[in-house]
Design a protein around this ligand. Structure first.
Ligand SMILES: CC(C)(COP(=O)(O)OP(=O)(O)OC[C@H]1O[C@@H](n2cnc3c(N)ncnc32)[C@H](O)[C@@H]1OP(=O)(O)O)[C@@H](O)C(=O)NCCC(=O)NCCS
Length: 188
């Protein structure tokens, strides 16, 4: 069972600890066509109760850790999105993140949330490698992932005509320099 993680302005709380208003925002984010497009999924049509049941069941899987991202910079907790490690197997996992609140895009919240979950991945979980995939047209996501140390491994055209960009970060690279990169960014 995972507990809350803190880094900079963000607090990551396990999905099991989200309150009713946070779940309403999760629902709004999953129904949002632009976010669905960025994420490569169709907008969700599930009612809130069903989405909650599905996501909570998923988050209980042994190969997954899912968190709500909260902006705590103003002294209160504001839910802004979700982040997770999935397919946690042997010494690897895959990262996924959705900041659903547009007010929080391009303000550094993504790299802070990713930094918090990477500390967990390379620390307590003792993983060797974290991978992810994003779309070639999602330049904001690629810029954010590079800030925390991810580098591009390969890109290819998918059957649906979009470019899939695969990125990864090794434990060695994270320990070597990525945490410094985030610290410098936070200090600037
Ligand atoms: C992708 C995401 C996690 C990035 O987090 P973030 O907090 O917005 O990222 P950052 O604040 O580090 O911004 C990324 C950088 O990209 C830049 N950027 C924004 N839009 C851009 C664009 N269209 N083209 C190029 N760069 C862009 C920003 O200016 C910023 O650079 P800077 O810090 O040098 O100014 C977040 O925006 C998000 O969740 N978006 C919606 C869902 C999504 O795309 N999820 C990822 C699916 S793989």
């Amino acid at each position: 069972m995972s507990s809350s993680l803190r880094r900079g302005r963000v607090l990551l709380k396990p999905l099991s600890e989200l309150n009713v208003s946070a779940w309403r925002r999760v629902h709004a984010h999953f129904r949002d066509p632009e976010i669905a497009h960025l994420n490569g999924t169709p907008p969700s049509r599930m009612p809130l109760w069903l989405l909650k049941r599905v996501l909570r069941a998923d988050s209980r899987r042994r190969d997954r850790e899912s968190y709500g991202i909260f902006d705590v910079s103003g002294g209160e907790e504001h839910y802004i999105g979700t982040i997770e490690l999935y397919d946690i197997r042997h010494d690897q996992a895959t990262l996924g993140i959705i900041i659903g609140e547009r007010s929080h895009w391009s303000r550094g919240f993504g790299p802070e949330a990713i930094g918090a979950i990477l500390e967990r991945a390379f620390g307590t979980l003792n993983l060797e490698r974290v991978t992810l995939s994003t779309f070639g047209d999602n330049e904001r996501a690629q810029a954010a992932f590079k800030k925390v140390g991810f580098h591009e491994k390969r890109r290819f055209l998918t059957g649906r005509g979009r470019v899939d960009v695969q990125m990864e970060l090794s434990r060695w690279a994270w320990l070597e320099g990525a945490s410094n990169t985030v610290s410098e960014h936070l200090a600037s």
